[in-house]
Design a protein around this ligand. Sequence first.
Ligand code: HEC
Ligand code: HEC
Length: 212
Amino acid sequence: MSGGDAGAKAACFTCHGLKGEGDGRDAPRLAGLDAGYLHRQLDDYANGRREHATMREIARKLGDGDRSKVSAYYASLHPGAWPVDARNPAGARIYDEGDPARGLPSCASCHGESGAGDAANPPLAGQSAAYIAGQLTAWRDAKRNNDPLGEMRRVSRLLSPAELEAVSRHAASFPPRPPEVPATSPAARRADPRSDASKPRPHATGSSRRGE
Ligand code: HEC
Ligand code: HEC
């Protein structure tokens, strides 16, 4: 809350909101995202696999223990209700169906029909159109290189600029709600700060890719 050693301007809520809802523009919703996903994003900002000057500086000031704690904290927050964009018909077609003719999968096939996401695929619901478009552009331009299977790099390069804009607006029309946790995924998958030291880590220190 105070920004720790990095000072008040690095306090997460300054940009991500008091409830982790994001600022509706560039700073994304963190509330209710998977703890493992959040932790890996902090690792990747720090190691440069995901380029962003501000988050790089902040992530580098957090040790591994702090990254775990802050990730568990945001994962535990329930996304509230906040205003969303109107549906976008052109974007809806790409979101729901993709375009099999050019090998473009639907966004829904991974992120869910209404963008709720799951443990492996982050939610898009409750993210702003500006943030979603920004991430698609970052993948397309190889500024974000941390999707484990390269799926987002591939998808983003198949979209025309107009489609990228439309699908981002559409994905921003879903009201925020918690990701779907499949029955096969035990609740224990969520990082528990109390069991940090005793449990084997899902990925080795120093590499955020191994074991993903
Ligand atoms: C000065 C504003 C600012 C502050 C302070 C800040 N962030 Fe961020 N954060 C951002 C922006 C902007 C982005 C989007 C960057 C991008 O485009 O990759 C972001 C992205 C993130 C992401 C990626 C989320 C996703 O869905 O992929 C995480 C995780 C994150 N921040 C965690 C934190 C934590 C934890 C703190 C506090 C220790 C913090 N941030 C403080 C502005 C900020
Ligand atoms: C094959 C599965 C798959 C498909 C299809 C897919 N995504 Fe993704 N998407 C992912 C995964 C996995 C991630 C997380 C990558 C990571 O771990 O950094 C992701 C991340 C994202 C993010 C970043 C979320 C955040 O919090 O930073 C956005 C935005 C996004 N996808 C939008 C889309 C859109 C729009 C489409 C359709 C045009 C789409 N995705 C299609 C799997 C997919």
